[in-house]
Design a protein around this ligand. Sequence first.
Ligand code: IFM
Length: 438
Amino acid sequence: MNQSKHFPADFTWGVATSAFQIEGASAADGKGPSIWDTFCRQPGAIKDHSDGSIACDHYHRYQEDVALIAALGVDAYRFSMAWSRVQPDGKGAWNEAGFAFYERLLDALEANHIKAHLTLYHWDLPQGLQDDGGWMNRATAHRFADYAAEVARRFGDRLATIATHNEPWCTANLGYGNAQFAPGVADARQAIQVSHHLLLSHGLAMTAMRAVGSKAKLGIVLNQWTADPATDSAADHAMAELEYARSVQWFMDPIFKGRYPELALRAHGADAPQVHDGDFGAICQPIDFLGCNYYFRSWCSAATPPLPAPGKEGFTDMGWEIHPQGLTELLLKLKGEYDLPPIYITENGMANPDQLVGSEVPDAGRIAFVRAHLHALQAAMDQGVAVHGYFLWSLLDNFEWNSGYEKRFGIIHVDYATQQRTFKDSAIWYRDFIASHP
Ligand code: IFM
């Protein structure tokens, strides 16, 4: 099947990364610490006891990495800015040396005709703001808007898109709900309040960036899934409906409809967030694009123990079910429920236990995964969903948060001892696939 025939000529093909996962140089040139620097020092927080101090050393090797991006033949690169690199405390003075790094990166991308898609917040809050209460402190939303405005003022005409947040569901639920991520809090009530402050910060940042006249398209990136009942039982159906309301609709409804979903609000009960007058007005405003990160579906079983997901197409090294058809179903469901702006699939990919064999890295499983998801994407586009681009996660093997360096998501293998980069078979396949695009 020649899939490329079905994608429009102006479709954006890209690869994605985030700052903490690749940059390293965690204290270079005036950079302040982030909550992930702190979290990595907590005993037992990271499975392989590693941290992000070196990671892929992208801070020093960005030119080599941009050359690799160019060699893939992609149109676009999605990356994030480390807030504490450009504003060490998250408030107060800007760090010019930090901004200079992103200028150099943008120069290199422009020299190679690669469009830059920036995420402002990919989980690495400046520790200085955490010391003031982090995302539990409503003032953090205002600090975020200040940061967004400064970035848009400096770089707005050099960026194709600016996303406020990456996967705020994770920031709230893994960072504050179950302590798997920084800052390591386990408190359901806080997770819900944090999700509200994240949404508020998104809205305030959108307004602030528009006020400085940013030319970049502005939006947000959400991790999303369908929620499927394990059986036809009423209990499984109810569980699936609630799961979808608490995850997908919880972030989509405020942005597109100016309210929280009733079902989830009722379930949260006394833990429901404190919402001030005017908050929904700030949050619910047009966005130029929606970034959708899709990895798996949610499998909902009320049984004890829960019925496992069938995994007809297998599971990834993260233990995540491979379910490409969920991407089609998700996009069609969203189209039915919301007045959607253009969509980018801002992340999709898989962890695989890849190894160098001579000078090659065979990863047929990843090729099959990407091919199947592109097929699923086409199916949604054929049914009228306006998807403008696809970003493979990830360009490089990198720091996979609390899994450390044990999980490899890259289409380019990184030998962490030498920082040697090697194209995996999937990188070669993706390059050839894009080249065959008319
Ligand atoms: O590595 C992460 C990324 O930072 C956010 N989305 C999911 C990826 C894989 O877990």
